[in-house]
Design a protein around this ligand. Structure first.
Ligand SMILES: Nc1ncnc2c1ncn2[C@@H]1O[C@H](COP(=O)(O)OP(=O)(O)O)[C@@H](O)[C@H]1O
Ligand SMILES: C[C@@](O)(CCOP(=O)(O)O)CC(=O)O
Length: 373
């Protein structure tokens, strides 16, 4: 039987609480209307074809090889170990066998190798674990999200991948989506890519809307009305690790200043949470205040500052999203802001830096969607 399904999942931005969240305080993440789409077709044949679209990476894996790999786990290995505090973990024995298979199998080189090997392993793992009887299929991935720019491309990929494979394996249905199951398997993919992530990105990509996160606490969905933003990519790569390290260094060298930032940021997050709980609104003034704090924390970037200043001249508020140091910013577009106003802002920005890239998108959009074809 041929089964065809398309699954989409959105990206995310951090609205408030970036960097403080690392020290155990609250943060708010929100979905953004840029999507990863996974197409899965279960079809007759003797192979599994997988293609990660834009990066031009594709593999054809003989079905028999995958069946042999699965049976090599023997009955003593379960795919997941479920007894750790966050409830789900990849069995290290299975992970090792998949590592060996993928390393032997693939032709990744250079940066592609480090960037996409993990996602390929996540695919092999979830495919082997979710199908009782392995089926020949083709799976293709396309994304509108810039990769590694703080917009949650890996989580969006993880959710679309998990949704596609679980549907093809008959474990969830398009008219009765098992969000919890999709989210748990997406978290597995995130673990392959990121080691030990918090789980907020895949939860936002699964459920959509705005979500409050605090280390060790259950995630709390928040009310969130439609809001449009102009996402601006600075086209400047950055490393989350390096930026988190920069803040840690400040804590060590100047604990008073670090504490002052923490106190102000915590107060702001609390106000923003109250506002969302009461009215579901994102307040542009909180966005502006958050950006000032991040600038003081030295995690902005000249290109991010240009975006913030240029938007301000048109009476619009903007902030960076994610770790900062490059990546993306978003400008809040109030309802009265016309298409023409947005075009004017884009041309002001392009005049300052012709490398900027733009997407005018809604925030707080719905999460994963499964569309039978
Ligand atoms: N379309 C995709 N196909 C395959 N892997 C992807 C895709 N998008 C993202 N990824 C994975 O996610 C990683 C990027 O994650 P990360 O650096 O956290 O950036 P982001 O903030 O965009 O999630 C990539 O290196 C890759 O492993
Ligand atoms: C700076 C930080 O708070 C957010 C980083 O976000 P991103 O990796 O840029 O999407 C780090 C973290 O929460 O792990």
């Amino acid at each position: 039987m041929v089964i065809q399904v398309k699954v989409t999942a959105p990206g995310k931005a951090i609205l408030h609480g970036e960097h403080t969240v690392v020290y155990g305080t609250k943060a708010i993440a929100i979905s953004v209307g840029l999507y990863t789409t996974v197409h899965v077709q279960v079809r007759p044949g003797s192979d599994v074809f997988v293609s990660f679209g834009e990066v031009g990476l594709s593999h054809t894996l003989p079905l028999q090889e995958l069946k042999d790999l699965k049976s090599s786990f023997n009955d003593n290995f379960s795919f997941l170990v479920l007894d750790n505090p966050d409830g789900i973990n990849v069995n290290p024995n299975v992970s090792k066998l998949i590592d060996d298979y993928v390393t032997l199998k693939n032709g990744f080189t250079g940066t592609l190798r480090s960037a996409f090997e993990a996602t390929f392993k996540a695919f092999v793992f979830i495919y082997l674990a979710t199908f009782d009887e392995l089926e020949p299929l083709s799976l293709t991935v396309e994304t509108e999200l810039p990769v590694g720019a703080g917009l949650g491309s890996s989580a969006s990929f993880a959710v679309a991948l998990a949704g596609g494979l679980l549907t093809a394996a008959g474990r969830t249905k398009s008219d009765n989506i098992d969000n919890d199951m999709i989210n748990r398997w997406a978290f597995v993919s995130e673990k392959f890519v990121h080691g030990n992530p918090s789980g907020i990105d895949n939860t936002v990509a699964t459920l959509g809307g705005a979500i409050m996160y605090q280390k060790g606490q259950p995630l709390v969905p928040l009310k969130c009305s439609d809001v449009r933003v102009l996402l601006v990519s600075t086209e400047t790569p950055r490393s989350t690790k390096e930026l988190v390290g920069r803040v840690a260094e400040l804590k060590e060298k100047n604990p008073e200043l670090h504490q002052q930032y923490m106190d102000e940021a915590i107060e702001l997050v609390e106000k923003a949470i109250e506002e969302l709980k009461n009215s579901g609104q994102i307040k542009p003034e909180y966005v502006e205040q958050n950006q000032v704090l991040l600038q003081n924390l030295n995690v902005s970037h000249p290109r991010l500052d240009i975006i913030v200043e240029t938007a301000k001249k048109r009476d619009l508020r903007a902030k960076l999203t994610g770790a900062g140091g490059g990546g993306c910013a978003f400008v809040v577009l109030p309802p009265e802001c016309s298409i023409d106003d947005v075009e004017k802002l884009k041309s002001d920005l392009t005049a300052q830096c012709d490398e900027f890239k733009f997407w005018s998108v809604p925030m707080g959009v719905s999460g994963v969607k499964i569309i039978p074809l």
